[in-house]
Design a protein around this ligand. Structure first.
Ligand SMILES: [Fe+2]
Length: 286
């Protein structure tokens, strides 16, 4: 296996060429990629053509346990990508047509344009996300990422002391509504209950300390709402100074990021005019 690593940002993120997720599936190759992910947090793995759904799921399963949809299908909603291990992050409905502008499912997908980390609203959080580009819009629809290890390192000591021991509540529906989606029904709410996580945690394999926040954060335990809101706004302002990476997609790319140490978002694009077909396989904590 010979491949090239090109660092995309002074602090983190790399583009990897010559690593083939179809072929480089032996334990040594997988361990090498995991070590690169620990170092760079975000790795864009170039492929000439998109992985098939089976190849995509298969490689994800080599990195760690793959999240599967556990919710029952809603009657009448077809699955465009018929695999429980793939999250369809496109703007297409079950028949492959662009969702109408006012469709609730599109409104919820648009919330992914807010800075977040995947599945922080689960008690069993996402580790790596593997996002595969099948169709890329001609303008917009990039992915931006930010390194939350570097953000933590740069926090003033006073802020680090303030955050010590604080626990945040992450809620999927909170970010859906922040992103402009409608209030969920009580039945929908029950499908994704909130989860609690420390605002600062230590990454299990690299040992680095991380600020763990996302658009999903609704409250901080034991803190009045207005105080929590202003603390979160302060942290967001620090997090989003322009030290992030802007990733322009090419069809075939697989962008892998470690959700435990980064945030990301999709950038705007005309989702009524262009197709953006992205498919995600997500690994979870054991
Ligand atoms: Fe995401």
């Amino acid at each position: 296996m010979t491949f090239e690593v090109e660092q995309l940002h002074p602090l983190y993120a790399a583009k990897i060429s010559g690593f083939d997720m179809r072929r480089d599936t032996n334990p040594e190759s997988v361990a090498t990629l995991k070590a690169l992910l620990d170092e760079y947090a975000v790795c864009a793995v170039r492929h000439e053509t998109p992985l098939t759904n089976e190849e995509h799921i298969g490689f994800g399963a080599l990195l760690g346990p793959v999240a599967r949809k556990s919710m029952p299908r809603i009657a009448g909603t077809g699955m465009r990508v018929p695999y429980n291990e793939i999250v369809d992050q496109s703007n297409l409905d079950g028949d492959g047509k662009i969702y109408p502008d006012r469709d609730k499912r599109l409104a919820y997908k648009r919330a992914n344009r807010l800075w977040h980390t995947d599945m922080s609203y689960r008690s069993n959080r996402a580790t790596w996300s593997l996002l595969s580009a099948h169709v890329v819009p001609p303008e917009g629809g990039e992915t931006e990422t930010t390194d939350m290890r570097a953000v933590y390192d740069d926090l003033p000591e006073k802020m680090k002391a303030r955050l010590e021991g604080l626990v945040a509540e992450h809620c999927y529906w909170h970010s859906r509504m922040l992103g402009g989606g409608p209030e969920p029904t009580p039945e929908e709410r029950a499908t994704r209950p909130p989860a609690q996580h420390s605002l600062v945690h230590t990454h299990p394999t690299s040992g680095r300390k991380v600020l763990y926040i996302a658009s999903h954060v609704r409250s901080i335990a034991g803190m009045p709402d207005d105080e929590a809101k202003s603390l979160l706004e302060e942290l967001r302002a620090i997090t989003l100074h322009p030290e992030y990476v802007y990733y322009p997609w090419t069809v075939g790319d697989v962008l892998i990021w470690d959700n435990l140490v980064t945030m990301h978002r999709g950038t705007d694009f005309d989702d009524q005019k262009y197709i953006r077909d992205m498919r995600r396989v997500t690994c979870r904590e054991e």
